[in-house]
Write a protein that binds this ligand. Sequence first.
Ligand SMILES: Nc1ncnc2c1ncn2[C@@H]1O[C@H](COP(=O)(O)OP(=O)(O)O)[C@@H](O)[C@H]1O
Ligand SMILES: [Mg+2]
Length: 331
Amino acid sequence: MKSIAVFNNKGGVGKTTFLCNLAASLSHHEGKKVLIVDADPQCNATQYMFDDATVDEIYEKAGFTILDVVKPLAQGKGFVKTLHARTSKSFKVDVIPGDPGMSLEEDRLASDWVQAAGGDIRGLRTTFLFSQLLSQCTNYDYVFFDMGPSLGSINRAVLVAVDGFVTPMSTDIFSVRAIDNISLSLSTWKKKLERALEDIGESVTDLEIENPSWRLQFVGYLTQQYTAKKVRSDIQPVRAFDKIAKKIPLRIEKQLISHFTKKQRPSSKFNLGSIPTLNSLIPLAQSAHTPIFALKASDGVVGAHFSKVKEYEEIIRDVVKCFESQVGALL
Ligand SMILES: Nc1ncnc2c1ncn2[C@@H]1O[C@H](COP(=O)(O)OP(=O)(O)O)[C@@H](O)[C@H]1O
Ligand SMILES: [Mg+2]
């Protein structure tokens, strides 16, 4: 099993949409067994993969959510014994639904991190809570985490636990700048965690975590496709994007590949692909609670949309190939 976070501290760059479709493609096309953990208090992945009645049932009838994993530990009741994942039939993946209540856990995890950095065992136990969750997920090929757009304590706990991360980004100067912020935060967390583990020495067994360490590696990035063609007046905007797009690979190499990979690998392999702008296919897929590549006429697809659906299927399958080759080589 490999655990992967889809992360960028910038919001609205298509993380959730991409993650759900990548996971669905791994399951539909490659026959992989996939679990998605929705760690974003906004619960967008949960809302995308389940119909409204199921989402209502989860929250009104207190169904099992990520909060059931986090709360017992935070209250000193230890790690949760059994996980209850729900299956999204259309995506063919299992899901631990998100929970809006997670936003209230952010502060508690933040103070536990301060304790952990000081070498406190209880603080370290909560810091590693997702490692414990992952140790119960060995029957999956992949476990993905969807995350909110922040460098806060929930996301830190996810990144402490997973094997690798993928970063979707848009072509703007904010995304280029965000690469620096991600790199700086990860380096600081890594240092603090490694020092805390050194400080506790022999007491490490009290954590009840197998081989607690910083393991996170950078797996790759995706960009938003911005190519407008044919129409003459579009040439200028494309050139304008180009200037920014050219900065991305170098910045990724300097800030992420060089610090967060343990094996030599050509930088070009970290570019997992480019996602097209899909306009109305996105709301159609959201309303049908289905992967974009599985959209049908009965979901409202008409005319030229069909070729867009096919085109997206080819793109996401190519991304899956690049992604699996990176995971195989690095993790
Ligand atoms: N490929 C795409 N083409 C057009 N719109 C998209 C695409 N991917 C996502 N969107 C839209 O952009 C917005 C942000 O996407 P989302 O996946 O929620 O991003 P994030 O998780 O990074 O906040 C949503 O309104 C979504 O519908
Ligand atoms: Mg999201």
